[in-house]
Design a protein around this ligand. Structure first.
Ligand code: NAP
Length: 335
């Protein structure tokens, strides 16, 4: 668990809520928050659900390969009042506008990231705009252990009592270059942050998510995972694995609860990650991350269950082209 002390966190005037365990060094200072918001509730084991889910498998939902996505420029009339949405990487280029938008539409947002200062700035912006009081979830996904994810689920259950949306945007890039220049450690970190932690967090939060009448999981892929190219290293491999995980999850949940699973492939957007992958590029022609907000809003609220299990190409969507393809193979292609 990332220690808050490593981040030199200084409490501010706002009584911010924290989800998750504090470091030992900070427990004294934060004990009241910790005690109040961390009841050590356990995650209900999923094992018992699996046979039922398999036996309930019915015919495939009629999947709309050209799902009626919202117009990119249309203002989203989405009411997220009373809902709780967790955004991983809420301190990032894409996660921040998504978190702000979910809060602006009424949701209680759980802000995940490592950089507490940035998370606090988002918290302050939401509070200043009159949004529902968010929670901050500082958790380093490169080192988080099984019990950390369980603690997050327990704290969310006790603090909010529900979870309606889980939007994964956190990502580790690592070094790009030929395989000979790649390191085992960087691959391990990429796989851990980009796919294993996404699985572990999703797994821990599924019992809450399946209880929502309009629940949604949105995972953020990358073109390099869908179609890997030379030099993209552990990032591409981990994003490909994330796509595989999303596909399995969508398939497993197809006939279980209202919960939807979709992925978004952002393509080039003007964000810090793009600055690292394409440092010399003129970014002025790229869409800002904010342009993707209506798409994510559509996916987290009100989308029909029959549209679950799609990979959405955000650049195609922005261009007004068909943007949705099924994640899960059609019955005919299944063994
Ligand atoms: N930008 C693009 O052009 C582009 C293109 C295709 C796909 N994508 C995908 O879009 C998503 C968002 O990208 P972005 O451009 O917003 O990236 P970004 O600005 O670099 O943000 C990355 C986020 O991930 C968090 N993160 C990184 N390592 C972490 C760790 N070990 N533990 C916890 N959190 C960690 C960061 O938290 P801290 O700030 O606290 O470190 C930050 O919030 C990613 O999944 C990316 O793969 C982006």
């Amino acid at each position: 668990m990332q220690a808050l002390s490593q981040l030199s966190y200084t409490p501010t005037a706002n009584p911010k809520l924290y989800v998750g365990p504090m470091s030992l060094a900070n427990r004294g200072r934060r004990r009241r928050v910790w005690m109040r918001y961390h009841p050590r509730a356990r995650v209900r084991p999923l094992r018992a659900l699996i046979p039922a889910a398999v036996s309930q498998r019915g015919p495939r939902l009629a999947h709309h390969s050209t799902m009626p996505l919202p117009q990119p420029a249309a203002p989203a009339a989405v009411d997220l009042g009373g809902r709780v949405i967790l955004v991983t990487g809420a301190s990032g280029g894409l996660g921040m506008p998504l978190a702000l938008a979910f809060a602006a539409h009424g949701a209680t947002v759980v802000l995940h990231g490592r950089n507490v200062g940035r998370l606090e700035a988002i918290y302050d912006a939401i509070a200043a705009a009159g949004g529902a009081q968010p929670s901050i979830l500082p958790l380093d996904l490169a080192v988080a252990a099984t019990e950390d994810f369980g603690h997050v689920a327990g704290a969310l259950r006790a603090q909010q009592g529900r979870l309606d949306g889980l939007v994964h945007t956190a990502a580790f890039l690592g070094p790009l270059g030929p395989v000979e220049h790649q390191t085992f450690d960087a691959w391990q970190t990429a796989l851990r942050v980009n796919v294993s932690a996404a699985m572990a967090l999703t797994r821990a939060l599924l019992p809450l998510l399946v209880q929502s009448s309009d629940g949604a999981i949105v995972l953020t892929e990358d073109t390099r995972g869908v179609a890997p190219h030379a030099y993209w290293g552990g990032y591409a491999a981990s994003k490909a694995a994330l796509g595989a995980f999303a596909t399995m999850l969508a398939d497993e949940l197809e006939h279980r609860s209202a919960l939807r699973v979709n992925t978004v492939v952002p393509g080039p957007i003007r964000s810090p990650l793009r600055n690292r992958t394409h440092p010399g590029e003129d970014k002025s022609a790229l869409a800002p991350p904010e342009a993707l907000v209506p798409l994510y809003l559509y996916l987290v609220a009100g989308q029909p269950k029959a549209e679950s299990g799609a990979r959405i190409d955000a650049q195609a969507w922005l261009a007004g082209q068909p943007a949705s393809t099924p994640l899960v193979a059609a019955d005919a292609l299944r063994p």
